[in-house]
Design a protein around this ligand. Structure first.
Ligand code: NAG
Ligand code: NAG
Ligand code: NAG
Length: 738
């Protein structure tokens, strides 16, 4: 109803024309003006009062087509425009005729279009610090010269715009407002308001208004993507690794872990920040990519993981080389680290039999060579297989034999001045081409030899070194050293060494053996004698007293220095031998002991009697008993002087005795101890007798002692001295002594 009041003033001209004359009246609805939106439907109604059957006609003021449908019904006519379009923007005139009366009424139809709320568009995502253009547009607006648009961020009016440009034609237009700004983090949560106002009615204070509100969401593209790797990017097979990735952004970026397959392709592994890889293998090496992703962007970081084959090592014991003594037991041990289940195999380098026992257990394998022999002198190889990998270690077994200390041998007894050969013998040695023997006197090397002769076969040999020298007594006490060195194995700097020592004792053969006889070597029967023997030598000679028997043999008596004979008898006479004896020799000294008795029991006899006849044969005989070394002298006494008679064994034979042979005969038995005399008187009775031309000369008789052979020499001496003539025979004399 209010509108009718407003419209009233605009059409009062027609009203004034007919109002006074007729009760016939015309009315319209809306009264004079209406506002219609394009696409809507409006109806203009024209009705009359005071006429039973009015006729109606509709036209536009500029006489263009109606663009609507008219329906007349009694006193009412309706013009319906459906849909409303630009063609309907007119002043419509309704003419009602009642008989001759005609009434007209005008309704102005104004149109507009403002169908939708504004739309807000951003040139891109709202990223902190990055310029963005916000565009607010409002579609299908008419008439846009009445449009006003505001853009507000929170309470702040960013832009206001009117669209006042002239329009040539009627059309629906889309109008927009643009503003560029740089978002800050604090913009998040603020509202962005796009408000459009269409000022259609000049009179209307309140324009048509539409607005769209959008809450701002500001983003930060992922950045500062950081990877931390624990424990390391360098790993060993079987290890585990944990990689953590972080990325900053708004909204908080999602993290994705990938593995780079090639240049372009990635394999997604996890959507977690933390990526743990366990029991890694070599194939797991590669580039791992962490991506922080949020709605507006992504940020990548790469890390390179290297998985190495687990360092699996093999050690061989006792070393790369082992020097083993023949006959000993040697254990070669092959030990593995870094492999779960290794498998072992042993062989020799020349592929000969192992000649040993293998025992493998866990991480170790042992090859026992017991006893070690020549067949074991090889390089042994221990091969360890761990999975697909294989390692080989080598150990060389060098043999040696050096079981005993050297033996020092002398060619004989060490005697002062006698050349001697000393040999140093190293038995059962191998390899002898590595042997060195050295002979030392104390610290002074006498001789040294390296046995470099080629070995044609493996065998145990005995090697020796010889030296000949002439020892002197000064050498006694010196130490002879025989040192053998076996240079085994190149690895061993120190050679194996054995040595023997021998202290020298230079013997001196007994010499200057002397005997002291106390009181004398010629004794009276019954007295005592001490015979003391001395002998020089080294070692001090042993003294041995013996007595020489008649056959030349020696009868041992004493080992004492002094041989004492108490109350000697004639039988003790003889040759006593003292021997000084040591290892180096014997020195002997003889001494003759003479036990003497005074002559006794001399018997002087005549045969056939003391009274004989001229011409008889007479034998005068003198015997001296059993006293040795007694001289017997047979004499014929006379006033002119005594005549010593030549006798045989004390017997003097007078063939055809003469008168002058009668007289006193005397026999004297004599030695150093004493003498004894016997005499007799021979009586010759006369016959006619021839004279005997025998002229007696000196004759010495020796009264033999069977025990003392050397006395022969004395007999010869005495015999010669006596200028002996006649029948004395050495042979005869000897016989008589026995
Ligand atoms: C990420 O890790 C957590 C615990 O660390 C776990 O519960 C979750 O299942 C993981 N998610 C993925 C996708 O692996
Ligand atoms: C022999 O030696 C002993 C002991 O020295 C001594 O008593 C004795 O008188 C000695 N005899 C003679 C005959 O010299
Ligand atoms: C050697 O001398 C000792 C005493 O000095 C004496 O007892 C021993 O009988 C002597 N031996 C001989 C065989 O004369």
């Amino acid at each position: 109803f209010g509108k009718m009041v407003v419209i009233f003033g605009a059409s009062n001209i027609f009203w004034m024309v007919f109002a006074a004359s007729q009760a016939f009246k015309i009315e319209t609805s809306p009264e004079s003006r209406t506002l219609a939106q394009i696409g809507d439907s409006i109806s203009l109604t024209c009705s009359t009062i005071g006429c039973e059957s009015p006729t109606f006609s509709w036209r536009t003021q500029i006489d263009s087509p109606l663009n609507g449908k008219v329906r007349n019904e009694g006193t009412k006519s309706t013009l319906t425009m459906d849909p409303v379009s630009f063609e309907n923007e007119h002043s419509y005139l309704c003419t009602a005729t009642c008989g001759s009366e005609k009434l007209e009424k005008e309704i102005q139809v104004e149109i507009y279009s403002f169908p939708k709320d504004p739309e807000i568009h951003f040139s891109g995502p709202l990223e902190v610090g990055k310029q963005v253009t916000v565009r607010c547009f409002i579609p299908d607006v008419y008439p846009f010269d009445r449009l006003e648009m505001d853009l507000l961020k929170g309470d702040y009016l960013m832009k206001n715009q009117d669209f006042l440009e002239d329009t040539d034609k009627k059309s629906l237009e889309t109008k927009s407002l643009e503003e560029t700004f740089t978002p800050v983090k604090e913009d998040t949560g603020k509202t962005l308001v796009c408000r459009a106002k269409l000022h259609i009615d000049k009179t209307d204070s309140a324009p048509k208004e539409r607005e769209t509100i959008e809450e701002l969401q500001v983003y930060i593209s992922p950045k500062n993507t950081v990877i931390s790797v624990h424990p390391s990017t360098r790993l060993q097979e079987g290890d585990s690794v944990t990689m953590t990735c972080s990325s900053e952004g708004l909204p908080t970026p999602e993290i994705f872990w990938n593995k780079k397959l090639d240049k372009e392709n990635l394999q997604l592994l996890s959507g977690n920040e933390t990526l743990t890889l366990i029991a890694m293998r070599v194939e797991d090496s590669g580039t791992y990519v962490c991506e922080g992703v949020n709605t507006i962007g992504r940020s990548r970081k790469e890390v390179e993981l290297i998985v190495e084959e687990k360092s699996f090592t093999v050690d061989i014991f006792p070393g790369p080389q082992v020097a083993a003594q023949i006959g000993d037991s040697v254990v070669l041990t092959c030990r593995v680290t870094g492999c779960e289940s290794p498998s072992f195999s042993w062989r020799t380098q020349i592929d000969s039999p192992l000649s040993g026992k293998v025992r493998s257990e866990g991480m170790e394998s042992m090859l026992t060579l017991s006893p070690v022999g020549f067949e074991n002198e090889h390089s042994y190889l221990c091969t360890v297989t761990c999975g697909r990998r294989k390692l080989e270690k080598r150990i060389r077994v060098d043999l040696y034999s050096f079981p005993r200390d050297p033996e020092i041998e002398m060619s004989g007894l060490l005697v002062n001045g006698n050349p001697i050969t000393v040999s140093c013998k190293v038995p059962n040695v191998y390899p002898f081409d590595h042997l060195e023997i050295e002979l030392l006197n104390g610290e002074t090397t006498l001789m040294n030899k390296h046995f470099l002769d080629k070995m044609d076969k493996k065998s145990l040999e005995t090697k020796s070194l010889e030296i000949t020298f002439i020892p002197t007594t000064e050498d006694t006490g010196k130490v002879l050293v025989c040192r053998a060195k076996l240079h085994t194995g190149e690895m061993e700097s120190e050679p194996k060494q054995r040595q023997s020592t021998q202290t020298l004792y230079v013997n001196v053969a007994p010499k200057e053996t002397t005997v002291l006889v106390s009181p004398s070597s010629i004794l009276e029967e019954g007295s005592s004698v001490n015979m003391t023997c001395f002998s020089d030598g080294f070692p001090t000679p042993m003294i041995l007293w013996s007595r020489q028997l008649s056959n030349g043999d020696l009868q041992q008596l004493s080992e004492n220095t002094t041989l004492t004979l108490i109350s000697t008898t004639v039988e003790d006479s003889g040759i006593y031998v003292c021997e000084g004896i040591n290892q180096a020799g014997i020195s002997r000294k003889e001494v003759e002991l003479i036990i003497q008795v005074a002559p006794k029991d001399i018997q002087l006899t005549v045969f056939p009697s003391e009274s004989v006849k001229e011409g008889d044969t007479v034998i005068i005989s003198c015997t001296c008993g059993n006293v040795p070394e007694t001289w017997i002298i047979l004499k014929k006494k006379a006033e002119t002087g005594d005549t010593v008679l030549k006798s045989i064994d004390g017997a003097y034979t007078i063939r055809k005795v003469q008168l002058e042979d009668a007289g006193v005969y005397e026999c004297e038995s004599k030695n150093e101890v004493g003498s004894q005399l016997r005499s007799l008187t021979l009586d010759v009775k006369g016959r006619d007798n021839d004279k005997d031309y025998f002229s007696p000369e000196l004759l010495v008789l020796y009264c033999a002692s069977s025990l003392i052979i050397p006395a022969i020499g004395m007999i010869i001496y005495f015999a010669r001295k006596a200028n002996m003539k006649g029948s004395y025979s050495l042979v005869e004399a000897q016989k008589s002594k026995v």
